[in-house]
Design a protein around this ligand. Structure first.
Ligand code: PHE
Length: 464
């Protein structure tokens, strides 16, 4: 062993700390602004069932595999993939999965931090009652004014990236783990508070019905195939897979952690948080006669109308955006980590400097991304064709599309093929503690079902 100060690879200090960090990575903007709406709009509990099946068949095996490869490698994601391949007499070129994963993380973090900045900004706005008494036009205007102002957005993007870097610089256990152990319970507490508030003061039944009603007819209206593909795609994104994150988190894992049980726990908590987010959002909307929608419009335009009108709106609104900020922050630290781990191992720089370099580089791309809402709004990186329409992709959208729609599925596909077809099966069986029927199911899923599912999602997105 070398005497270099980085010779010993970091470790999580406790299983619960690791669990919170992993759940923190999973529960992010996607869980709060995408999943609830997707559920309500695609068949309620019927959709939840489809989603659980998608997660079981694709998300679960990929999550377990990423941890396994990381834990075996005890290195940065690229090196972990290379080690896994070389140890099984396969081409070291599998390390490309790690390199591309790190690149995907880099791309995602750049625009994720911009949105994190919006969220911080809105926490303050809600706190000073900036939405008081406003209608839809007025809240829409606030959002547009922010988007049109690169200086304002850059400041908040800088603040968010700064917080992310501050935590990551602290290290795996003293930074990421510790911050997750504070932010995740806080997140749960805030969520519970808002859901409780809704149960007492809002039309809770209507919100819950939108979210949970078993509505096969609605699913058919949207199109069963389409719903299935959306569920499969989200199963990937929501567990932060295909971007080196979980490989990196796995590299800090000890041998005695039960990967299957931990993956199950992370998934269950992710679903609980996502559904709870729906119960925090929809009763407020319906009680204020507002229509639900997905994405940024939902949280940055529609919800503020309600916060501006309801009693205790300042408190609930501020808490909501704080919740969103925490959710984004526990995800953004996980996205920065593989980049930092890589730099740490590949350069002689200290962790703090690596964090600074990684954060500044991603920050700079983030600034370009935020300019696509204003100064560079006419500039398209490329155009995609969807539902018969040409949709130009500015820098922000192009980063999102390339990373989450192209790179994530391809990297996930490579990962599952590596574990199913190229890694010694006996060793996997032993490491996961599987036997009999369970092992047979694992093999069928990993060798056939998951790869086919991922290819289907990828092609639907590409050709759809
Ligand atoms: N899983 C997070 C969410 O649901 C998103 C995320 C994507 C986190 C990519 C990290 C990386 O929002």
């Amino acid at each position: 062993m070398s005497t270099n100060h980085k010779s010993s690879h970091s470790q999580w200090s406790s299983k619960i700390g690791f669990l919170m960090a992993a759940v923190g990575s999973a529960v992010g903007l996607g869980s709060i602004w995408k999943f609830p709406y997707m559920t309500g709009d695609s068949g309620g509990s019927a959709f939840v069932i489809v989603f659980i099946i998608s997660i079981a068949l694709i998300g679960f095996p990929v999550l377990v595999t990423e941890w396994l490869i990381g834990r075996r490698g005890q290195s940065n994601p690229a090196a972990s993939f290379r080690k896994a391949a070389v140890a099984n007499n396969t081409s070291p070129a599998w390390s490309l999965l790690g390199y591309f994963g790190i690149l995907a993380a880099f791309m995602i973090l750049s625009f994720y931090s911009v949105i994190g900045g919006w969220s911080l900004n809105y926490t303050l706005k809600a706190g000073i009652n900036a939405f008081g008494g406003l209608n839809a036009d007025a809240t829409g205007k606030i959002f547009e004014t922010m988007l049109a102002n690169p200086t304002e957005m850059t400041l908040w993007h800088t603040a968010f990236m700064g917080l992310t870097a501050l935590i990551v610089a602290g290290g795996v256990s003293a930074g990421i783990e510790k911050a997750s152990k504070i932010m995740m319970p806080a997140l749960a507490f805030i969520l519970l508070f808002i859901v409780g508030y809704n149960a007492i003061n809002m039309d809770f039944a209507k919100g819950a019905e939108f979210l949970f009603k078993f509505d096969l007819q609605r699913m058919q209206e949207v199109g069963v195939g389409k719903v299935l593909m959306a569920a499969l795609g989200h199963a990937f994104f929501c567990l932060s897979l295909g971007m080196a994150i979980m490989v990196s988190y796995g590299s800090y894992l000890k041998q005695d952690v039960d990967l299957l049980a931990t993956a199950r726990t992370v998934i269950i908590w992710d679903i609980i948080f996502s559904l709870a987010a729906g119960l925090a959002i929809f009763p407020i909307l319906f009680s204020n006669h507002l229509d639900p929608a997905a994405g940024p419009g939902l949280v940055f335009v529609t919800l503020p109308i309600a916060f501006g009108q309801m009693s205790l709106g300042v408190v609930v609104g501020t808490l909501f955006f704080l919740l969103l900020t925490f959710a984004a922050l526990t995800s953004s630290i996980s996205i920065l980590e593989p980049i930092v781990e890589f730099l740490e191992e590949k350069t002689p720089m200290s962790r703090k400097i690596c964090t600074l370099v990684g954060a500044v580089a991603t920050w700079a791309v983030g600034v370009l991304a935020l300019l696509s809402f204003n100064k560079l709004s006419d500039f398209a990186v490329f155009t995609i064709h969807k539902n018969g329409k040409d949709i130009p992709q500015g820098i922000f959208d192009a980063l999102d599309y390339t990373s989450s729609k192209i790179m994530l599925p391809l990297i996930g596909l490579g990962t599952i093929i590596l574990i199913g077809w190229f890694i010694n099966q006996e060793s996997v069986k032993r490491e996961l503690g599987l036997d009999g029927m369970k092992w047979t199911i694992w093999q069928i899923v990993v060798k056939f079902v998951a790869p086919i599912g991922i290819i289907a999602v990828f092609l639907t997105e590409l050709l759809g």
